[in-house]
Design a binder for this molecule. Structure first.
Ligand SMILES: Cc1cc2nc3c(=O)[nH]c(=O)nc-3n(C[C@H](O)[C@H](O)[C@H](O)COP(=O)(O)O)c2cc1C
Length: 180
C-alpha cells in the first residue's frame, strides 16, 4: 500500500487538478491515486499515516458540500463521517484553493475548518505557508502570520501555482519522506 493518501473535495475541478498534479510527481508506491472524498470509505481514509488534504473554499467562506450548493457531497459531509477518527500519529498537510480578488475577506477560509478538525483529533500538521505574494483582506486560514497550508489561487495567480507547489512539496518532504 502507498504511504501517502491524497484526498480532495472539488466543485468545478480545480482542486482535483492540483491533487492530480501533486501525484504526477511521485510513484504509486509512495503516493496513492488522489481520491475525491465523495467516493472514499472511512476505512480507506483512515488507513494512511500520511495525508495530503485539499479543499476549495465555496459559498461564503465554506467547505464544499451540499450547503455550499455543490452537486454532490464533499468535505462537509465527509467530516461528519470521520468525527470519531483519531488522528494521533498521523501527519497531515493541507492545501486550499480560493479567489483572493473575488473573496478578499474570506480567502481560502475553508482550509481552517479541516485544520481545526484534524488538530482537535491529534494530527501533526505540517506545511504552513507564508502569506507573501497574496493580496487579501482577511483569511480564517492564517495562524501566526502564515496560512495553515498551501494557498493556491487558480482564478488570479495560476501562473504561480507550479512554483508554489514545488516549493511546498519540498517544505513538507522530510515530514512525508518524499524523495525531493
Ligand atoms: C459560489 C462560489 C463561492 C466562492 N467562495 C469563495 C470564498 O468564500 N473564498 C475564496 O477564497 N474563494 C471562493 N471561491 C473561489 C473558489 O474557491 C475557487 O474558484 C476554486 O479554485 C474552486 O475550486 P474547485 O474547482 O476545486 O471547486 C468561490 C467560488 C464560487 C463559484
Amino acid at each position: 500500500m502507498a504511504k501517502i493518501g491524497v484526498f480532495f473535495g472539488s466543485s468545478t475541478g480545480n482542486t482535483r487538478k492540483i491533487a492530480k498534479f501533486i501525484k504526477r510527481a511521485f510513484d504509486d508506491e509512495l503516493m496513492a491515486k488522489p481520491l475525491n472524498v465523495n467516493r472514499v470509505s472511512v476505512e480507506e481514509f483512515a488507513s494512511y499515516q500520511y495525508l495530503i488534504l485539499g479543499t476549495p473554499t465555496l459559498g461564503s467562506g465554506e467547505l464544499p458540500g451540499l450547503s455550499s450548493d455543490c452537486e454532490t457531497e464533499s468535505w462537509e459531509e465527509f467530516l461528519g463521517k470521520i468525527e470519531d477518527l483519531d488522528f494521533t500519529g498521523k501527519t497531515v498537510a493541507l492545501f486550499g484553493l480560493g479567489d483572493q480578488v473575488g473573496y478578499p475577506d474570506e480567502f481560502v477560509d475553508a482550509m481552517m475548518e479541516i485544520y481545526d478538525f484534524v488538530e482537535e483529533r491529534g494530527a501533526n500538521i505540517v506545511g504552513a505557508w507564508p502569506t507573501d505574494g497574496y493580496e487579501f483582506e482577511h483569511s480564517e486560514s492564517v495562524l501566526d502570520d502564515k496560512f495553515v497550508g498551501l494557498a493556491l489561487d487558480q482564478d488570479n495567480q495560476s501562473a504561480l501555482t507550479e512554483e508554489r507547489l514545488a516549493a511546498w512539496l519540498k517544505l513538507i518532504s522530510s515530514d512525508f519522506s518524499l524523495p525531493l
